[in-house]
Design a protein around this ligand. Structure first.
Ligand code: NDP
Length: 253
């Protein structure tokens, strides 16, 4: 097969948590490949403006909407407004996520609730809002962000590991539900990627963590965005229900 570019010309993409970190790299990458990208973010207006400016400077098209994914009604309203404007939502990337690390015996109700509300309920809220529009057109692709923590665990991350394990199971079950409607659902599980989220871990135990990564470096947001892009394109048309690990070979020796 001849690989043509752009792969995503004329496609409409929706990315949660697109203002910073991995989400920003995903927004920039999908937009650079011709997609009309809308991203949701929670509160950092300056970061959202920076992302839009970077996309525009590269000749792409991105729109930011302040939507907290833990708010189901807000997700529905914003997704409906997007569909009214674009008459299609081809790609959904559930990227927004948070950590609230603590050992289990010290974990507060709020630390547990915040992580589950964003990382699990947020994905349900967004996917329930978007899926009907994909089903009606018999077309679409969904990419969820998991984490190396889902498979390998990590001290102080029972809440986060449980949330990401849930998302991997969610991905597989939804892939079964939506396959007949020609909608693919996959997961990307990053290792330690250089963003604000991983800053504390990298500062506290950077060399020790790096020694457990076969490629001996932390990942960059672009490393993850490249794989999300691939899963979102027709190049991945025969992939669904998969978890793709982008972790430099974490803990494999
Ligand atoms: P960052 O903390 O750098 O960025 C998080 C993004 O999510 C921001 O855009 C933030 O918006 C947004 N966000 C957070 N909560 C909400 C919410 N309730 N509603 C809407 N938007 C929200 O995270 P990363 O880029 O590092 O992580 C992205 C994804 O990758 C997450 O799912 C994370 O779990 C996963 N991951 C990250 C790894 C890493 O090492 N960095 C490793 C493995 C997985 P705002 O700017 O407004 O706050």
């Amino acid at each position: 097969m001849k690989i043509t570019t752009p792969q995503l010309g004329g496609k409409v993409a929706l990315v949660t948590g697109g203002s910073r970190g991995i989400g920003r790299a995903i927004v920039e990458t999908l937009a650079a490949d011709g997609a009309d990208v809308t991203f949701f973010y929670r509160g950092n207006d300056e970061a959202a403006r920076d992302t839009i400016a970077a996309v525009a400077a590269a000749g792409g098209n991105a729109t930011a909407v302040k939507v907290d994914v833990t708010d189901a009604a807000a997700c529905s309203a914003a997704v409906e407004a997007l569909y009214e404007r674009t008459e299609a939502i081809d790609i959904l990337v559930n990227n927004a996520g948070v950590t609230r690390d603590n050992v289990l015996t010290g974990m507060t109700d709020a630390e547990l609730a915040d992580v589950l509300a964003t990382n699990v309920s947020g994905v349900f809220n967004m996917t329930r809002a978007v899926a009907p529009f994909m089903v009606s057109r018999r077309r679409g692709t969904i990419v969820n962000l998991s984490s190396v923590s889902a498979q390998k665990g990590g001290r102080g991350q029972t809440n986060y590991a449980a949330s990401k394990g849930a998302i991997e199971s969610f991905t597989k079950a939804l892939a079964v539900e939506l396959a007949a409607r020609r909608i693919r659902v996959n997961c990307v599980a990053p290792g330690v990627i250089e963003t604000e989220m991983s800053e504390a871990v990298r500062d506290a135990a950077g060399d020790e963590v790096k020694s457990r990564i076969l490629l001996r470096r932390f990942g960059q947001p672009q490393d993850v965005a490249n794989v999300v892009w691939f899963l979102a394109t027709p190049l991945a048309d025969y992939m669904t229900g998969q978890v793709v690990h982008v972790d430099g070979g974490f803990k494999m020796e």
